[in-house]
Design a protein around this ligand. Structure first.
Ligand code: CA
Ligand code: CA
Length: 226
């Protein structure tokens, strides 16, 4: 091998190693990430409730999975995720809202379901979205959480601002919690489904419709070769 080629090969390898290293360090929440629970995995969501994925019956219908949480007996009811898809600097990523679908699966229970974010370890500052959700029984309903106003949230642990937590998220959670809100949730027995968790704004139906309309224009259709 010529010396020039060899040098080029070595610098290319070094560049690849550097790119991979930077890529690994940057693994964090990204605007637009959507967890659809395809297959039968639970995508790193964990907690005291029994976690399962039936592999069907999700927002996408037959063949689309979802995350199911179940408590056979009254106890803390919830799930959390500290995986790379949910952690890091949500502010820098431009994530201003979170949306998800919920469904009360099986028998109906009086849920007061909330979304929460934590900074630091298990005892770090935690903010809970005030809106309490009792999802419909047997059908999926989409909900949106606004991250831009602290007034929509209540701090259940710690002393940092919501803005500070959004700069270094360590956990995203869902849990059942009745008023008054503080660090400990309330017990309940039952089961619930979670699906299509999206970080970032939900695409507006109007813009989606506009895209479909644009793609249907003859000039923008891929030309067939003759
Ligand atoms: Ca799904
Ligand atoms: Ca249920």
């Amino acid at each position: 091998m010529k010396r020039g080629m060899m040098r080029f090969g070595m610098s290319l390898a070094a560049a690849l190693v550097m790119t991979c290293a930077v890529g690994a360090a940057r693994a964090a929440a990204v605007n637009g990430f959507t967890e659809t629970f395809s297959g039968s995995g639970t995508a790193n969501w964990s907690g005291g409730s029994i976690h399962s994925n039936p592999g069907t019956g999700g927002v996408g219908g037959a063949g689309d999975g979802y995350l199911q949480l179940s408590n056979a007996f009254a106890g803390n009811f919830g799930t959390q995720n500290s995986g790379e898809n949910y952690t890091g600097d949500w502010s820098a990523a431009g994530i201003t809202q979170v949306s998800f679908y919920l469904r009360d699966v099986g028998a109906d229970q009086p849920f007061a379901f909330h979304f929460l974010l934590t900074q630091g370890g298990s005892f770090g500052t935690t903010w809970q979205y005030i809106t309490s959700i009792d999802p419909p029984t047997g059908q999926w309903q989409q909900y949106t959480v606004d991250l831009t106003s602290e007034a929509n949230w209540t701090r259940v642990r710690g002393s940092d601002s919501l803005a500070a937590v959004l700069q270094s998220v360590s956990f995203a959670h869902f849990r059942h919690d009745l008023e008054p809100y503080f660090s400990n949730p309330d017990p309940i027995a039952g089961d619930i489904g979670i699906d299509s968790i999206r970080l970032g704004a939900v695409p507006e139906p109007t813009s989606l419709a506009a895209c479909v309309a644009l793609l249907s224009l003859p000039a923008l259709r891929p030309r067939r070769r003759r």
